[in-house]
Write a protein that binds this ligand. Structure first.
Ligand code: NDP
Length: 326
């Protein structure tokens, strides 16, 4: 089995030299265990934020195929989604939600268990609907809008009947979210003045903000929010590369925040573990009804996860970044 461990603590942008590949022989499985082989690895921003200890395996989910089993309910040949990290093979005991045997997605790819029909999909579903509580006709802004969670949130906002503005860092992604996913507008934060463009596209103000990035983008969005606006704080990728422990690096003005009686709430998607299958089933239904589209940016080969990870942090992915191992 091969795995990637952190060789050097991240400092600034993640570099190939921060990782080391290690080979190890796994022991035979015992009663109550199964052996799984990685098929797809998930590439996620939190891996940069939360993998901290030298020698630690890079954390992360994967879709894996059971190749040996001494555990009831986990037959050879079934696919599981597990938090196995960046490893080619894993011995595991029974899994508990949000992990476990992947339900039947019909003819859709099993890799969706890492994205639209897995953690990122449920992050969008619960994190947006439960915290922003969007109403028909409201204006929703999503940052990180071309990525896995953001592109999904914007589509749910359209399903609910909202006007949607996506903020992202690449015009190709902007075309994708407006022309293919039905967003009303996009703003390229690398080119334009985010605040000025928001004023243009949201002349009546902003009711809901789903925040994946933090930083100056969030300061600009929040300054334009309407009375009783709702902010769902999902992630803060603009500081992950800086590596500070400060979670919030934006500063909504007290005048707007208090005067407009805004509500800002952070969340961990695991809050909704007991409702996990509800999110998966609803997202699957929307895909089948052609209301929800997905895109995967797939790199090939276990060793390539480092490049895929660095690329994702640099915005090279559209939709969900994954690595196809086998
Ligand atoms: P994405 O697919 O959105 O990939 C990350 C994207 O972030 C890049 O493609 C890039 O796109 C953008 N980005 C990178 N650096 C910056 C920057 N400095 N400022 C603005 N944008 C930047 O990732 P995910 O959809 O997997 O995750 C999105 C967010 O959701 C992350 O913050 C993640 O941590 C969070 N998350 C939170 C969960 C929770 O339970 N709270 C669960 C899952 C995810 P671009 O081209 O636009 O720059």
């Amino acid at each position: 089995a091969k795995k990637f461990i952190l060789k050097k603590q991240f400092s600034g942008a993640a570099k190939p030299t921060d990782f080391e590949i290690v080979e190890e022989e796994l022991p035979p499985i015992k009663d109550g265990e199964f052996l799984a082989e990685a098929i797809y690895l998930s590439v996620d921003p939190y891996q940069r934020a939360y993998t901290k200890n030298v020698g630690q395996i890079l954390m992360g989910s994967q879709v894996a195929k059971i190749i040996e089993s001494k555990l009831d309910g986990y037959p050879v040949g079934k696919y599981v989604v597990g938090h196995f990290g960046w490893a080619t093979h894993t011995i595991s005991k029974a899994l508990t939600l949000p992990f476990g045997i992947i339900p039947d997605f019909g003819n859709l790819p099993v890799s969706l268990a890492l994205g639209t029909l897995g953690m990122t999909g449920n992050t969008a579903y619960f994190g947006f609907l439960e915290i922003c509580k969007p109403q028909k006709g409201e204006t929703v802004v999503v940052s990180g809008a071309g990525g896995a969670v953001g592109s999904h949130v914007g589509q749910i906002a359209k399903i609910v009947g909202c006007k949607v503005i996506g903020i992202l860092g690449d015009d190709q992604k902007g075309k994708y979210v407006t022309e293919e996913l039905g967003f009303d507008h996009y703003i390229n934060y690398k080119k334009g003045n985010v605040k000025e463009e928001l004023i243009k596209y949201a002349p009546d103000g902003i009711d809901c903000y789903f925040d994946n990035v933090g930083g100056d983008i969030s300061t600009a969005v929040i300054s334009l929010m309407n009375k009783f606006g709702r902010i769902s704080v999902c992630g803060c990728i603009s500081i992950y590369n800086i590596g500070t422990d400060d979670l919030i690096n934006f500063s909504p003005s007290a005048g707007v925040f208090i005067g407009n009686e805004l509500r800002m709430e952070g969340f961990m998607v695991t809050r909704w573990t007991e409702r996990w299958s509800e999110g998966i089933e609803q997202n699957l239904k929307w895909i089948k009804e052609d209301k929800l589209k997905y895109k995967e940016t797939i790199a090939e080969g276990f060793e390539n996860i480092i490049n895929a990870f660095i690329d994702m942090l640099n915005g090279k992915n559209t939709g969900k970044a994954i690595v196809k191992v086998k």
